[in-house]
Design a protein around this ligand. Structure first.
Ligand SMILES: CC(C)(COP(=O)(O)OP(=O)(O)OC[C@H]1O[C@@H](n2cnc3c(N)ncnc32)[C@H](O)[C@@H]1OP(=O)(O)O)[C@@H](O)C(=O)NCCC(=O)NCCS
Length: 139
């Protein structure tokens, strides 16, 4: 059974294994936990049997007009079960009073986000590969 939580209370780094699939230099579970703690909003999908996190989505917001969704991921073992949709539905519900909710994704993911009445748009990005695993000394 999957439970959805909107706080990290009771979550430890040990509950956060297997994320950032395909990242050459992924953040550690400890850095992942810091990232969750520092996000204005978080929704977690927790496998109640094992107490492990199997999916998460974060949002950062100014609290007035705008939010950005930097991360959504479901563990490969749990994809295709509706968890990603449930995470996004819950997050968008939490952000529904805001004017703008934005995210970047590859074109292949655009049909996934269209089911939430999101529209395709262009975007710009900058990445610092040396910091993919987090700030210095925190990897
Ligand atoms: C994208 C991701 C979060 C989807 O999560 P998921 O739990 O597997 O998706 P769901 O099972 O909730 O899918 C819900 C619906 O979206 C559809 N869907 C899922 N991935 C899709 C995709 N890439 N393109 C189009 N539709 C997609 C599913 O077919 C399903 O539709 P259905 O109910 O009509 O069959 C997951 O595949 C993932 O973590 N991928 C790797 C990380 C990633 O790409 N994150 C997004 C970064 S922008």
């Amino acid at each position: 059974v999957i439970a959805y939580r909107d706080s990290i209370t009771g979550i430890h780094a040990g509950h956060l294994q297997g994320f950032f699939v395909g990242w050459p230099n992924p953040p550690s579970p400890e850095v992942h936990l810091n990232l969750l703690a520092g996000s204005g909003h978080v929704v977690l999908a927790v496998d109640e049997e094992t107490d492990r996190v199997v999916g998460f989505v974060t949002a950062i917001t100014d609290g007035v007009l705008s939010a950005f969704i930097p991360f959504l991921e479901v563990l490969p073992s749990h994809q295709g079960l509706g968890i990603g949709r449930a995470l996004m539905t819950r997050m968008l519900s939490r952000l529904k009073e805001l004017y703008a909710v934005d995210l970047l994704c590859d074109p292949e993911l655009q049909p996934f986000y269209e089911q939430f009445a999101m529209r395709r748009a262009g975007g710009m990005m900058h990445r610092n590969p040396d910091r993919q695993s987090g700030p210095p000394g925190k990897a």
